[in-house]
Write a protein that binds this ligand. Structure first.
Ligand SMILES: Nc1ncnc2c1ncn2[C@@H]1O[C@H](COP(=O)(O)OP(=O)(O)O)[C@@H](O)[C@H]1O
Ligand SMILES: [Mg+2]
Length: 260
């Protein structure tokens, strides 16, 4: 059964004194358990709006969003959200940040500690539990953000340009980590990026959005992540002619929308 779905959703932002902006129009998207769906598109095409709908931060003007077939009622623990800006508590330790959700959920100290340990191991930060957030690099902070989202054991991770602020080397390492976490947790993922190469590398399915009004204009199945899991290097995969061909196809779809 489809896990999380938007059914023919439309969102128009109306600002006083300004023209209304049709951020999304008639968008339908279903995410199945275990899928890694990546949305790409030019800036302003409604990607963040779509993620906010799926997260339950925003309600559509038309259409509906469902989780396991039921209408969504606001944000919930079964959807873990990660933004580009890591939104961590800088004065707290890594551990306190990761335990934040489980603490709110009323888990015991022992349960919290066990889950925090598992999540930090998963993102490669086991030795950094007692460090303060301000002591960490940007890439490490994003890993804490990921561990914090995973600590709630969500059914799906929703990520808005999570790697957008990282340098190229760190970014590639984080892409590899996301694929490994996806495979190990069998998590469903919905991720937004404006990097077409990143989309082709990570996704099991790519959806292309086009602006004004924001619509899904193309979809591509994808399976390069499985090659990373089978032991091939990122560099080898990204320079493979099959990878480059799909990357160009997706890029063409993005550009078609952006200039239409
Ligand atoms: N709160 C808001 N009020 C008015 N317009 C908005 C608001 N949020 C987004 N928009 C507009 O809606 C469109 C889609 O925005 P967004 O979903 O953030 O796109 P993306 O994430 O793809 O860059 C853009 O034209 C943006 O300027
Ligand atoms: Mg955005």
């Amino acid at each position: 059964m489809t896990l999380l779905a938007a059914h023919d959703v439309s969102v128009t932002y109306r600002r006083r004194g300004g023209q209304p902006v049709a951020a999304l129009e008639g968008v339908s998207l279903g995410i199945d358990p275990g899928e890694f769906v990546v949305a790409v598109g030019a800036s302003g095409c409604g990607k963040t709006t779509l993620l906010k709908l799926l997260a339950g931060f925003l309600e559509p003007d038309q259409g509906a969003v469902t989780l396991a077939g039921k209408a969504l009622a606001g944000p919930g623990r079964e959807r873990g959200v990660v933004f580009q800006d890591d939104a961590l508590f800088p004065w707290l330790s890594v551990r306190r940040n990761v335990e934040f959700g489980p603490r709110l959920a009323g888990l015991s100290a022992a349960e919290r500690q066990a889950s925090c340990g598992r999540m930090l191991a998963l993102v490669g930060l086991a030795e950094f539990a007692e460090h303060k957030i301000w002591e960490l690099s940007g890439g490490m902070r994003q890993r804490v953000g990921l561990a914090r989202a995973l600590a709630n054991e969500p059914a799906i991770l929703l990520m808005d340009e999570p790697l957008g602020a990282l340098d190229a080397l760190t970014r590639e390492k984080m892409q590899e980590l996301l694929i490994e976490v996806w495979a190990r947790t069998r998590q469903s993922v919905f991720l937004i990026t404006h990097s077409v190469e990143e989309a082709v590398f990570l996704a099991s399915r790519i959806v292309v959005l086009s602006p004004r009004p924001g619509r899904i204009t193309a979809e591509f199945p994808c399976r390069f992540a499985t090659r990373l899991l089978a032991g091939e290097s990122s560099r080898a995969i990204k320079s493979d002619p099959a990878f480059i061909a799909l990357r160009e196809q997706v890029l063409a779809a993005v550009l078609r929308g952006a200039t239409a």
